[in-house]
Ligand binder design. Structure first.
Ligand code: NAD
Ligand code: USQ
Length: 383
């Protein structure tokens, strides 16, 4: 299949590009490299050293003989996107290319505006490009479990049947996101739903939980292929952050009470879920939603598991409940359905102690790269 991976230089996109290339697909990466520029803006870095995208694809070709084409440019530049579609004639478009940090979107007005325009308008350009240049192309769009928030009822996969005043309908599940970033995913979902309805586009919205880990079989083949591993208070996410904090002897930063429960999955399952979606395309005009996660944990669960495993490896780890920089419920009900991907064959890589140890080992090997002043959160939701 001819597959475009937009955001293919990023944390989820790079391992996905390699995995799909290994499966024999004709893979093209589109990326404007803005995530690397954000590291400069934030004076931060990945725990693992990153080769350039050029070096990465050259190494992949050397090891496997497979070519991954690259287009460096912005989804918001429609002339560029048109040219990408003309040259690649994609059968699937995997869309990872968005600003994905909730704290980054909450820094100030400029960052909120950037996040919303980059994400919402970029996605709208992709919808127009599919309509105009590749109407059969399957859009596989990365959404987020955070679109739903933490309602006091079970979370369904995209839709819920509602009975009101004696009548029933299947409606989009109510959305209660908690940041201007998470809101972009809601806006994207609505735009995609309309495009499917009016133009007959086929789309799958993958409402992904928080991704942990960094390596897949492919990224491990050579250090030039290594994936990024974020730890700072802006781009680092819960479990990965805790593992890196334990590697450098920093207390684990539980925000507030720590009862916040979120859905998680291993990066190895991210790549597989995208493959499953690509191999089972949505019908023409169908807007399909999959909840892409394998387990859920509270922040406290993750901190305690990290502490136990790190101590087994001889480290000393403390847990601090610091003031929550976000506005969010710290104790709440959480139950979400995730049957669609399982039904199509996903076999989850669950969070075992060995998995935690593997990630911690990478963090330990690279711990001198961590810039300590970036570890504590500096962005407040309250402004
Ligand atoms: P990332 O920041 O590492 O990668 C995103 C990539 O997209 C970067 O390489 C960036 O340069 C590129 N990009 C951003 N805007 C672009 C634009 N306008 N044009 C071209 N390229 C652009 O993020 P990630 O962690 O790989 O996340 C990928 C996607 O998955 C995002 O949409 C994110 O919202 C979603 N997601 C991520 C997680 C997670 O835990 N990392 C969880 C759920 C959903
Ligand atoms: N948290 C802590 N301590 C930390 C970091 C986070 O307690 O050091 C808490 C946060 O307050 C929050 C939870 O952990 O309650 C998750 O925060 P996070 O930074 O790990 O994840 P989040 O901001 O939700 O965003 C990440 C990705 C985003 C993706 C989302 C999936 O950056 O791209 O959309 O996970 S989900 O959470 O399902 O919406």
């Amino acid at each position: 299949m001819r597959i475009i991976i937009a955001g293919g230089d990023g944390f989820c996109g790079w391992p996905t590009a390699l995995y799909l290339s290994k499966q024999g697909h004709d893979v093209t990466i589109v990326d404007n490299l803005v995530r690397r520029k954000m590291d400069k803006e934030l004076h931060s870095n990945s725990v693992t050293p990153l080769a350039t995208l050029e070096e990465r694809v050259a190494k992949w070709k050397e090891i496997t003989g497979n070519e991954i084409r690259t287009f460096i440019g912005d989804l918001n530049h429609y002339d560029f996107l048109r040219e990408v579609f003309r040259q690649t004639e994609p059968e699937a478009f995997v869309h990872f290319a968005e600003q994905r940090s909730a704290p980054y979107s909450m820094i100030d007005r400029e960052h909120a505006i950037y996040t919303q325009s980059n994400n919402v308008l970029g996605n709208l350009n992709v919808l127009y490009a599919i309509k105009e240049f590749a109407p059969e192309c399957h859009l596989i769009k990365l959404g987020t479990m955070g679109e739903y928030g933490a309602p006091n009822i079970d979370i369904e996969e995209g839709y819920i049947e509602i009975e009101h005043n004696g009548r029933k309908d299947r409606m989009p599940y109510p959305k209660q996101p908690g940041s201007f970033y998470h809101l972009t995913k809601v806006h994207d979902s609505h735009n995609i739903m309309l495009a499917c309805k009016i133009w007959g586009i086929r789309a799958t919205d993958l409402n992904q939980g928080i991704v942990y880990g960094l390596h897949t079989e492919e990224t491990e083949l050579d250090s030039v292929l290594y994936n990024r591993l974020d730890y700072d208070g802006v781009f680092g996410t819960a479990l990965n952050r805790f593992l890196i904090q334990s590697a450098i002897g920093h207390d684990l930063t539980v925000y507030g009470a720590g009862g916040q429960t979120r859905a998680f999955l291993n990066i190895k399952d991210t790549v597989r879920c995208v493959e499953i979606a690509a191999n089972n395309p949505a019908d023409k005009g169908e807007f399909r939603v999959f909840n892409q996660f394998t387990e859920y944990f509270s922040v406290n669960d993750l901190a305690e598991r990290t502490k136990r495993v790190a101590e087994e490896m001889g480290l000393t780890v403390g847990i601090s409940h610091i003031e929550n920089p976000r506005v969010e419920a710290e104790e709440h009900y959480y139950h979400a359905v995730n049957t669609n991907l399982r039904a199509l064959g996903l076999e989850p890589n669950l969070l075992t102690d060995d998995v935690l140890k593997e990630i911690l080992q990478v963090a330990l090997e690279n711990k001198d790269r961590v810039i300590k002043k970036n570890v504590l959160p500096q962005v407040s939701w309250r402004g």
